[in-house]
Design a protein around this ligand. Structure first.
Ligand code: BEZ
Length: 208
């Protein structure tokens, strides 16, 4: 199934390393960082799980719940979590979906046959509190994701929602923002006293 930005994230009920969850009920009023990885007991995945745990306070501060997935069983997840915590010096405090029958991986188009017929690639779905898919990323099996970017893009999505601005390349919190094209320059000048109009379509402000 091909999922697009703005689609409702398909709901599912599934066993995880922390018991059975139903996605929409479990996420409640939170954002969700839903990410798949190819397999338990593999090296790149081990570092990604550790990195997710290391960013636990960052996710909490942003009202984001991490949710991992691989096409392994709960028993395998639980054993592997021990290895992750031992080698990455972490405490995994988020559930990992046990998708041994590939049901959820297929639902979310996480199986890319040229990479593997049975293991998920490294997909990311950022899902908002209305259960809408707001961002997707797909990484291959042999390259780990950048968790600073995952946190940055969550900040960008939440800032865009709250402040009604757009965010430029490499934006970080506190940096200049862009006035969206559907706001007139007159309106923008009233709203943002520091407005810089570089071009009629490129108007920037730090005062948002
Ligand atoms: C890894 O996590 O290291 C990995 C998993 C599956 C294929 C290739 C790499």
């Amino acid at each position: 199934m091909s999922l697009h930005l703005g689609d409702t994230a398909p709901d599912f009920t599934v066993p995880t390393s922390e018991g059975e969850i139903s996605l929409h009920e479990w996420s409640g009023d939170s954002w969700v960082f839903f990410f798949s990885h190819p397999a338990d007991f593999t090296p790149v995945c081990t570092t990604e799980m550790g990195m997710t745990a290391k960013h636990s306070a960052d996710f909490k501060a942003r009202n984001v719940k991490p949710l991992g997935l691989s096409t392994d069983t709960v028993e395998e997840h639980l054993k592997w979590i021990g290895d992750v915590n031992e080698t990455q010096h972490t405490t995994i405090d988020f559930p990992i979906v046990a998708d041994a029958d590939l049901k959820i991986a297929k639902m979310y188009d996480m199986i890319h046959p040229d990479e593997s017929a049975t293991a998920a690639v490294r997909s990311v779905f950022i899902i908002d509190p209305d259960n809408k898919i707001r961002l997707t990323m797909t990484y291959p099996m042999n390259v780990g994701r950048n968790f600073d970017e995952i946190i940055r893009v969550i900040d960008a999505l939440q800032t865009a929602d709250k402040k009604g601005v757009a965010l430029p390349a490499n934006w970080e919190p506190g940096a200049e923002a862009i006035v969206p094209l559907n706001v007139s320059t007159e309106e923008a000048k009233e709203k943002y006293p520091d407005l810089k109009v570089l071009k009629p379509y490129l108007r920037i402000t730090k005062d948002y």
